[in-house]
Design a protein around this ligand. Structure first.
Ligand SMILES: C[S@@+](CC[C@H](N)C(=O)[O-])C[C@H]1O[C@@H](n2cnc3c(N)ncnc32)[C@H](O)[C@@H]1O
Length: 303
């Protein structure tokens, strides 16, 4: 038997020795996961006993974390947009910078509504939205939660990722409005029942956080990312930005006039991607930086 304070102290010392980034937070999250408690409880009960069985599980997780497995793979969850998402080695762990994509998408939709002289509360009534490369489903599901009147199509090339995304949609009660399709970029949308009725499915918004790391950068990645997150979610090609051209072409074909495209960018993708948004097809182009000052979100409107 040990107590909470001692277990935590020993756990974080082991992670620090193994040069794990944010080792205190990682040790806390793993202990909370094992004990089934929240953070407030942890600091209010430093003397609470930890059973031998719980301590054994905790130190086994600490050893795996010290060996490079991401904390989120050990706890099976990550928060995004205030919602808890199931994650596994089959999906990219949602990143905080992707929340900027949601902010930009919602801002653009709100501006569109105001321009059209409609109400100030954005419900997304009647909107058709696509999320390309949905992974855990975090973008599609966050948008579905924010826009209760919208229908969302979420695509991914990975069967295993889509299984996780579907469970997340059920967990957040949006599975009736988020339709998952296994396909390359947006190809399956041309075969959707809606598309056959109206010749093609025209969308109000397309959002995507595509794989954008260059294979030539692989050696510079943290081991947690390089060795544990799915390659198909990380690498966009040798340079990293190779998937954007096809994505922009398909977005131009699937967006309504006035429809919005919102893309997440890699740290050095902007010079390669911005020129793809040529006039006269695209207008109102804007770049949003993330908190580190990196150009992270590129948004544009279909003319
Ligand atoms: C960077 S991850 C983004 C996951 C999630 N949207 C997020 O923001 O956390 C990219 C996702 O795109 C998927 N993907 C890669 N190539 C694709 C393609 N050609 N068509 C559709 N999805 C693709 C990957 O399987 C992965 O789930």
């Amino acid at each position: 038997m040990t107590d909470v304070r001692a277990a935590l102290k020993q756990g974080l010392a082991l992670l620090r020795e193994a040069h794990v980034p944010s080792f205190t937070l990682a040790a806390e999250l793993l202990l909370l996961h094992v004990l089934g408690r929240d953070r407030t409880w942890l600091y209010a009960h430093p003397e609470e006993q930890v059973s031998s069985a719980d301590a054994e599980v905790f130190f086994a997780l600490i050893a795996r974390r010290a060996n490079g497995e991401p904390t989120q793979h050990l706890t099976g969850k990550q928060e995004f947009w205030g919602l808890e998402f199931e994650v596994s080695p089959d999906v990219l762990i949602p990143r905080p910078e992707t929340e900027h994509l949601i902010e930009v998408a919602l801002d653009r939709l709100a501006i569109g509504e105001l321009r059209a002289g409609r109400k100030k509360t954005l419900t997304g009534e009647g909107l058709q939205i696509a999320d390309i490369g949905t992974g855990s489903g975090c973008i599609a599901i966050a948008l579905a939660r924010e826009l209760p009147g919208a229908t969302i199509y979420a695509t991914d090339i990975s069967t295993a990722a889509l299984a996780v995304a579907r469970r997340n949609a059920t967990r957040h009660s949006v599975s009736d409005r988020v339709h998952f399709r296994e396909c390359n970029v947006l190809h399956a949308l041309s075969d959707s029942p809606l598309a056959t009725r109206h010749s093609s499915l025209l969308l109000d918004l397309i959002a995507s956080n595509p794989p954008y790391i260059g294979r030539r950068e692989a050696a510079t990645l943290m081991r947690e990312v390089r060795d544990h997150e799915p390659e198909v979610a990380l690498y966009g090609g040798e340079e990293g930005y190779e998937l954007y051209a096809g994505l922009v072409t398909q977005a131009a074909a699937h967006l309504k006039p006035g429809g919005i495209l919102v893309l997440e960018l890699g740290h050095n993708s902007l010079p390669a991607v911005q020129p793809l948004l040529d006039a006269p097809t695209w207008t109102n182009i804007a770049v949003t930086n993330d908190l580190a000052g990196i150009p992270r979100i590129l948004a544009a409107e279909r003319t």
